[in-house]
Structures are given as structure tokens and as C-alpha cells.
Design a protein around this ligand. Structure first.
Ligand SMILES: [Zn+2]
Length: 197
């Protein structure tokens, strides 16, 4: 992926983003699901991708509590670290063993759309919110991004996993230099500061 790939698309309107899609009902507190995951069902896990994504997020969160993002977002490292350990990550690219899993096989919802089909053209990642479980499907653009972009894409998805929607982020942090939905990952990469003129 060429440099500046995050800027390759025009800003989109509303809560959708070409880079990132959120599916499912956003709960104010994903921990508070009434019954918990349905244990009679068997959920699939992509252990390799979990390992990769959690390692990448661990790197991103190093020194977090002293970062500008920490102050702006008001989130401690422990909150984001817990999210990374709770979310299941999946390689949803063509040819992956997990691409054709249905959403209901990875989170507690009843949706039969596959992980691969859950992302749109140009997507980096899709956050899939079940009743109590959260999965993040990673798409081709994620895998062609550099390490820093990957880390910040994953961090962006963790903000969804803890209950923040695109519109909320944009409305809350516009005054801190967040330029719109298309910019969330880049803004995180700028340590939550405005673009330097
Ligand atoms: Zn997003």
C-alpha cells in the first residue's frame, strides 16, 4: 500500500467509513450484556490473528498513560488492554480459513453474513458487535498497511469495542483535531493531535 493510503478515499458522510465498518447494536457498555454469551454454541477463534493483533496493540499501548491520546480520550491503558484481550480478531481476507465464517460463528448474534462479506470495498477492518461478544474482521487493506497503520487501525477498532461510535468520536474530538470519520486511525497515529500545518 502506498504512503498516504489512508487518504485515498474522500470523507464519507454519516457514521460509515470506507476504512472501518461497525456492525451490530452499539451497547453503552459491552460488558453489561444480560445473559452473557450463549455457551451452548461453539464460537470459532483465529488464534494466530488474535496473537498478531494483540501483540500489535500491546506495542501501540506502550507508554500509553503518558501519551497525548491518553489525556484526550480519557482512557487508561488497562481499559484498552482489557478490550484487546476480550475481542476476537479474524483474518477475513480471501483464502483465509476464517473468511467464510458467518458472523454468528464468531459472536453471539444470528447473522449469517460471512466475515469476508462484512467488509466493504477498501475496508481495513470491521467491528462486529454481538449481544455480549465483539469480533474484529481484518480485510486486505489492513494486511497491506504498515506496522504503524495496523496498530492504529486496531486501536481505532478497540474504541468501537468499548462502545464508541464514529459519530460520537467525531463530535467529541473534532475540537482536538479529529477531521472526520475517515481520519480516526490517522488521528490516533498523530497521538490525537491536529494535522501539523
Ligand atoms: Zn471505525
Amino acid at each position: 500500500m502506498p504512503e498516504g493510503a489512508f487518504d485515498a478515499f474522500a470523507p464519507s458522510e454519516g457514521s460509515t467509513s470506507p476504512f472501518c465498518i461497525i456492525l451490530g447494536l452499539m451497547l453503552s457498555d459491552p460488558h453489561s450484556g444480560a445473559g452473557g454469551a450463549d455457551i451452548s454454541r461453539e464460537y470459532r477463534v483465529d488464534a494466530d490473528t488474535n496473537k498478531m493483533a494483540r501483540k500489535s496493540l500491546t506495542k501501540r499501548l506502550k507508554g500509553w498513560d503518558r501519551s497525548h491520546c491518553h489525556d484526550v480520550l480519557g482512557l487508561d491503558r488497562s481499559t484498552l488492554s482489557e478490550a484487546k484481550d476480550r475481542v476476537n480478531f479474524f483474518n477475513a481476507t480471501a483464502g483465509s480459513d476464517y473468511a467464510n465464517l458467518e458472523q454468528r460463528q464468531v459472536v453471539d448474534n444470528d447473522i449469517r453474513t460471512t466475515l469476508a462479506n462484512s467488509g466493504g470495498y477498501g475496508s481495513f477492518a470491521t467491528t462486529i458487535l454481538g449481544d455480549t461478544m465483539v469480533a474484529v474482521a481484518l480485510h486486505a487493506n489492513f494486511y497491506s498497511a504498515n506496522d504503524q497503520q495496523q496498530q492504529n487501525t486496531l486501536l481505532h477498532e478497540m474504541l468501537h469495542a468499548i462502545g464508541w461510535e464514529h459519530d460520537t468520536l467525531v463530535a467529541t474530538f473534532g475540537s482536538e483535531g479529529l477531521q472526520g470519520v475517515f481520519d480516526i486511525s490517522d488521528w490516533l497515529q498523530r497521538d490525537c493531535k491536529p494535522v501539523q500545518k
